[in-house]
Design a protein around this ligand. Structure first.
Ligand code: TYR
Length: 396
């Protein structure tokens, strides 16, 4: 593959790429690049937000590069202060180990295990002496640390920042030194940490890593970032029907973003959907169904996705029925035409007859064809007249 195409694939959908020049230089060297992603197994479930960076890593693998997946079993115990307004509670070693196992299993739904090197950062971080740590921290100033948004905010509000939180970005940066990362990737919330990595690698005599960030996706509420804490997430391990329904619950404004960041649908196809939605030649709901089907297929296979889609359609049709519907009591059996009259929603027998003949009257979703047909009513049946009039039947 030519260099330009290679570069274009890597750049697609990224937010920060620091620096493009460094990346080009490294790509031109034709070396197999070591692409680092660290995850703290502080929570066991992966969700679509994680899929965004994992998919980017998969692209690197497809281009022949080496992914280094760091399981932050050490860093998880400190807790990354990124985006946090409070110090996180520290986890126990056992909690971290359990979460790490399930993390790995889920990450391999996207990553190619053959091209993934897995490293636990306790391997080196546990071994540092106090002197080593002081040496490491001498390479970064307090002023630079305080420039970081979340620290700056807390400082301004006189809220506590513990010294251990300053150590977090340094620990992450030291990981980059230990695995000799050529590139480190993360969500945009990781930008500060990733840049500290560049600085520390230089201090340890290495070329600074290229920093690549991916957008954070909003959760199903369409507003807050997808996160377990906001309960707006779609997990890798959600059941097919649940997963399908959750995707269908996102606002239309997120459809294309999810397609671009969380599926392998080619950009050209996405563009045609975009056009169709712009000129209103398609119902966004239909595009959303394609998206939901695609995502469920990825995690559970086509058969289960088909099933989830069919179930969803059934429930969706049921949803057309308003929650509050009028109940009427009738004598059973009853002639169809008298049943329609009993609803008091038509003005004459001839109108009732006409509606039945037009096929506009249904009992439990089955069309009534003959106005004089005798109907057995047991109770709880739904009578539907036209699109919008519903009645629940009881017997006298
Ligand atoms: N700080 C990252 C996060 O919270 C996780 C991480 C841990 C990244 C160690 C890199 C690393 O070396 O998402």
């Amino acid at each position: 593959m030519d260099f330009e195409r290679h570069f274009e694939i890597i750049k697609r959908n990224t937010i920060d790429l620091i620096t493009e020049e460094d990346l080009k230089k490294r790509l031109k060297s034709k070396k197999t690049l070591r692409v680092k992603l660290g995850v703290d197994p502080s929570r066991p479930d992966l969700h679509l937000g994680h899929a965004v960076v994992l998919k980017k890593l998969r692209e690197f693998q497809n281009l022949g590069h080496q992914v280094v997946l760091i399981i932050g079993d050490f860093t998880a115990r400190i807790g990354d202060p990124s985006g946090r307004s409070k110090t996180r509670p520290m986890l126990t070693k056992e909690e971290v180990e359990q979460n790490a196992e399930s993390y790995k299993k889920q990450a391999f739904k996207i990553l190619d295990p053959e091209k993934t090197e897995i490293r636990y950062n306790s391997e080196w971080l546990d071994k540092l002496s106090f002197y080593d740590i002081i040496k490491l921290s001498s390479n970064y100033t307090v002023a630079r640390m305080l420039e970081r948004d979340d620290f700056a905010k807390r400082l301004a509000k006189n809220e506590p920042i513990s010294v251990s939180e300053f150590m977090y970005p340094l620990a992450q940066a030291y990981d980059s030194v230990m695995v000799k990362a050529d590139i480190e990737i993360g969500g945009t919330d990781q930008l500060f940490n990733l840049l500290v990595g560049r600085k520390i690698q230089e201090a340890y005599g290495q070329e600074p890593q290229v920093v690549l960030t991916m957008p954070i996706i909003e959760g199903t509420d369409g507003n807050l970032k997808m996160s377990k804490s906001y309960d707006n997430y779609i997990a890798f391990e959600d059941e097919p029907f649940d997963m399908y329904g959750k995707v269908m619950s996102i606002p239309d404004s997120l459809i294309l973003k999810y397609m671009r960041l969380a599926t392998d649908i080619p950009e050209d196809t996405i563009k045609t959907y975009e056009e169709k939605m712009k000129n209103n030649s398609i119902n966004p709901r239909d595009i959303k169904m394609l998206l939901a089907h695609e995502i469920v297929t990825f995690f559970h296979g086509k058969e289960k996705a088909d099933y989830a889609q069919n179930e969803f359609i059934k429930v969706f049709q049921k949803k057309d029925i308003p929650d509050e519907i009028n109940e009427i009591a009738v004598n059973s059996p009853i002639k169809a035409i008298d049943l329609v009259m009993a609803t008091k929603s038509v003005s004459s027998k001839s109108e009732a007859k006409r509606l039945i003949n037009q096929g506009a009257v249904k009992l439990n979703d089955i069309k009534i064809n003959d106005p004089f047909q005798l109907l057995e009513i047991k109770g709880d049946e739904i009578l539907r007249i036209g699109k919008r009039r519903f009645f629940k039947l009881n017997t006298n």
